[in-house]
Design a protein. Structure first.
Length: 226
């Protein structure tokens, strides 16, 4: 399968480098380039990419806004955001909007290629370790409206699904969740898939952020501070 990739970055040198590097992979076809988030809707409609590699900081319409608008549509391509930061608020906003993950601009070329392949196959580009890092970056309690909304959505889950969701929020891998909850890894995967479907989420990181917003990780934070 050939992965159709759209590259969006306002820096022509960065864009050229990414296009040259990614276009050299046998299974990746660069189907378009954009210099600003405002180019994204027209480009996506015209070239129908499987994955969009999106810079966050652009002058007119930033990558965050472009991602939010894009992922609001059904059958939208997956989005991987490009950033110079490991875990800032902009990355978190992109993940809340439905981005499948992020890569740093100084990531080795082979890892960026691997990230595009993973996202195209349906896997988020975030390991449990990175999820834990992101959760530790989200400090304090969420705003009340967001917290109430998140709690209401979590209430849609069955008890076992909720337990799995909280474990995902803690950044645990499937194997760790299986051991902690006395279930098999395939069963954990099934629960995660059901959670995503029930809540209309795209990936595990969105589960983790929702669990945080619902206040279900507060006990963990209290224990950390004890």
């Amino acid at each position: 399968m050939t992965i159709r990739l759209l590259v969006v970055d306002d820096d022509p040198l960065v864009r050229a480098g990414l296009t040259f590097m990614l276009g050299g992979a046998d299974d990746i076809e660069i189907v378009g380039e954009g210099a600003d988030g405002r180019d994204v809707p027209e480009l996506v409609a015209r070239v129908a990419p499987d994955v969009v590699l999106m810079d966050i900081r652009m002058p007119h319409v930033d990558g965050l806004t472009a991602t939010e608008l894009l992922r609001a549509h059904p059958d939208a391509p997956e989005v991987v955001v490009l950033t110079t930061f490991h875990a800032d608020e902009q990355v978190l906003r992109a993940l809340r909007a439905g981005a499948a993950g992020f890569v740093l601009k100084d990531t080795p070329p082979a890892e960026i290629v691997a990230a595009v392949r993973r996202v195209a196959s349906g896997d988020p580009v975030l390991s449990p370790a990175v999820t834990r890092q992101l959760m530790s970056h989200v400090s304090g309690r969420p705003e009340q409206p967001r917290s109430a909304t998140a709690a209401g959505r979590i209430a849609e889950l069955a008890q076992r699904e909720r337990e799995v969701a909280v474990a995902v929020g803690r950044g645990q891998s499937n194997a760790e969740i299986a051991a902690a909850l006395y279930m098999s890894v395939p069963t954990v995967k099934t629960h995660v898939s059901r959670i995503l479907a029930k809540l209309g989420l795209n990936n595990r990181v969105q589960i983790a952020l929702l669990v945080h917003d619902a206040g279900l990780l507060d006990d963990d934070n209290d224990n950390d501070g004890a």
